[in-house]
Design a protein around this ligand. Structure first.
Ligand code: F6P
Length: 281
C-alpha cells in the first residue's frame, strides 16, 4: 500500500507542470457541463484526462473518480483515488490561483473520510507547491519540473488565527452562520480568492478559518465530499486543525452513495470550528 501511495503522490507531482502548462489556450468553456451541472473549461477536461491516464495506470490503484466525470472508473485492484483536477477553475479567466486535489481511500468509492490513507493538493500560485498529508503528518514541497523539493516537514496551523474566507452570497447564508461570520469578521481579516485550495492554504499558513457553508438555496453547500470535503478535512486535521460539516468532523460524514455528494465545509483552527459548531447548534 505504501508503495502505491508513493507512486500516486509522485504521479500527481509529475502531472502538475503538465496541468499548469496545459492551461494556456484552454481558458474557454466547452458546451458540456460536469457531473454537478457546472460549466467545464477545456482545461478541466484536459487535467481530468491526464490524471486518469497517469493514476489509472499505477499498480495497486483500483478506482479513479473525478469531479469532472459522472462515473467511477474501474482501473484494477486496490486503493481508490478521487481527484478534483482543477479546483477553482473559474479563476482561470481572471488568471488567479487554482489547485488540484487528491484523495487516496482504502475502500471502494464513494468512501468515508475515515478510510483515507493520504490526501494532497497542488497549488498553482506564483510558485507551484504541493501539500501532502499522510500518517498524521503534513509536508509541504515546491514542485520544480515535477520534482518534489521539501520546504516544510511538519506543517501546523499557527496557534493565533489571522485570516478568514467564507464562500456563498451573504443573503443566502442561514442566520446562524451569518451571526458566526459577523463575530469572526470583528477578529480576523478577510482573505477570499474563490479557489478553495488557495483559500484553505491561507488558513494553513496564517491560521484562521475557511468555510463554504450550507446556503438557504443549497442546504448541503457547494463543495463535494469525496473530492474536496474529505481530503481537505484530512489535511487540516493532520495539521492540528479541525473540520466540520456543521456538527461533526468532515471525516465522520456518512457517504450517501452519490460520488458527487455535497457537504457544508468548514476548516481551520480548532477553537474557531468549535465556536462554529456551537453557533449552528
Ligand atoms: O470547486 C468549487 C469552487 O471553485 C471552489 O474552489 C471555491 O471555493 C468555490 O467553488 C467558489 O465558489 P463561489 O464562486 O461561489 O465563491
Amino acid at each position: 500500500m505504501e508503495r502505491t501511495v508513493d507512486a500516486v503522490v509522485e504521479a500527481v507531482a509529475e502531472a502538475a507542470p503538465d496541468i499548469r502548462g496545459g492551461l494556456i489556450g484552454r481558458r474557454s468553456y466547452r458546451d458540456s457541463a460536469n457531473a454537478s451541472g457546472e460549466r467545464q473549461l477545456a482545461a478541466d477536461v484536459y487535467a481530468d484526462q491526464l490524471l486518469e491516464e497517469r493514476l489509472g495506470g499505477i499498480d495497486g490503484v483500483g478506482e479513479y473518480a473525478s469531479e469532472e466525470r459522472q462515473e467511477i472508473v474501474d482501473v484494477g485492484e486496490g486503493l481508490s483515488v478521487a481527484v478534483d483536477p482543477l479546483d477553482g477553475s473559474s479563476n482561470l479567466k481572471s488568471n488567479n490561483a487554482m489547485g488540484t486535489i487528491l484523495a487516496v481511500y482504502d475502500d471502494d468509492l464513494p468512501a468515508a473520510g475515515e478510510t483515507l490513507v493520504a490526501a494532497a493538493f497542488v497549488l498553482y500560485g506564483p510558485i507551484t507547491s504541493m501539500t501532502v498529508a499522510r500518517e498524521g503528518v503534513v509536508t509541504e514541497y515546491e514542485l520544480v519540473d515535477g520534482e518534489m523539493q521539501l520546504t516544510e516537514d511538519a506543517v501546523e496551523l499557527p496557534a493565533d488565527p489571522v485570516v478568514y474566507g467564507f464562500g456563498g452570497r451573504v443573503p443566502d447564508w442561514p442566520d446562524d452562520f451569518e451571526s458566526y461570520a459577523r463575530d469572526v469578521e470583528r477578529e480576523l481579516k478577510l482573505r477570499y480568492g474563490g479557489a478553495m485550495i488557495a483559500d484553505v492554504n491561507q488558513a494553513l499558513e496564517y491560521g484562521g478559518v475557511f468555510a463554504y457553508p450550507a446556503l438557504e438555496s443549497a442546504p448541503n453547500g457547494k463543495l463535494r465530499l469525496q473530492f474536496e470535503g474529505n481530503p481537505i478535512g484530512y489535511i487540516v486535521e493532520c495539521a492540528g486543525g479541525a473540520s466540520s460539516d456543521g456538527s461533526q468532523s468532515l471525516l465522520e460524514v456518512e457517504p450517501t452513495g452519490d460520488i458527487h455528494q455535497r457537504v457544508p465545509l468548514h476548516v481551520g483552527n480548532e477553537s474557531l470550528i468549535e465556536r462554529l459548531e456551537a453557533s449552528l447548534d
